[in-house]
Design a protein around this ligand. Sequence first.
Ligand code: SF4
Ligand code: SF4
Length: 409
Amino acid sequence: MKPFSLLIKPASADCNLRCEYCFYIDHLENGNSNPRMTIETLEIMIKSYLSTDQNKQYAFGWQGGEPTLMGLDFFKKVVEFQLKYAPSGSTISNGIQTNATMITEELAKFFGEYKFLLGVSLDGPENLHDYYRKTIGQKPTHALVMRGIERLKQYSVEFNILTLINKQTVKKAKEIYQYLRCNEFLFHQYIPCVEFDVDGSLKPFSITGEEWGIFLLDLFDEWVKDDVKKVSIRLFDSIMEYLVYGRYNVCYMQDNCVQYFVVEYDGGVYPCDFFVEDNLLLGNVNNNSWEELYNSQTYHYFGNQKSNWNEECNLCPYLKLCHGDCQKFRYGAPNHSKQLSSLCRGWRIFYTRKLPRFKIIAEKFKKENNINGIFPFKIPKFRRNEQCICGSGKKYKNCCGSPKIATEP
Ligand code: SF4
Ligand code: SF4
């Protein structure tokens, strides 16, 4: 078994908010309306995971829905079991993805004390954040999130900001980046909002590939001005990680989806957060060992579908950074994984324009830190009159090779 991490949903999809674009809330409406992980299942899960090897590095991610609905006593039990069953000399990390609206002083103090890393969902300034992120009673949430963040700061809890890029925000890269920057948030993660309707069309709050590409270009331009060494943007860090060390640190860049396990509130285990589906149920922590779950044919079928990509990917110069993209963005995956990612054009626009700059930054970093080794990636060179790789059908000089990108509004 290769090392794996756990992403646990102790309250399943239950949440005190009703963000319009949430992809997980259907799991609540279709099942138990008050799902909570029992202490028995929690103990079995922690004990069995900590009895696997993992090179003594164990990673727990707590997510939902909203995991803080479980309350402080639940997380006290988490730490109690982790301390009880941890092999000697092991390292345990806990991350929580939260909307931060229910962070009390007690929770913040506890998370600070036990070094939990929080991912706080914040879609930018008030007007942008509140557009889709509302309470069950349709009230705005921005002020509640900022109150939660203040409490985290008060108890020195480390946190990242997770920003979903949707139809309302996709043209506001500069505004969002500067807002986060002005608030001295230095760890950013931008997540494209892509949800399909049953007929394969994009839902209204989703973004297109082209919009994603232009968003990334604008974001890069803001970041590169002055913040390369000051602000961490997860995607940019991951590109650098690959260019400098030849390593991947996000699943969507890799060539398979055998990456981690999702554990639902009832102990049910699935291969990925985006694919908690009945036909992909691998087993249950109450009945199956991690070895059985890892060796499940379904797990490996799902994992291998990542590299069952569209034929176009075989010719793509960015294959090593994309590997056909996340299966979530290929309509019908995993069974129809050859469908081209709906973000494909965005990745091509971004990489065609900005990879050469990343290469310069990576080479400089290597020199400053005495890192030797072969550059893992050949940055393609384009002739001005060749057709542009981004898929626009235009000549390179009139598209991504133009000083002003032709697709810009
Ligand atoms: S489907 Fe996407 S999120 Fe899930 S493991 Fe694969 S790359 Fe990662
Ligand atoms: S950018 Fe597009 S063509 Fe290239 S690997 Fe990714 S999905 Fe495939």
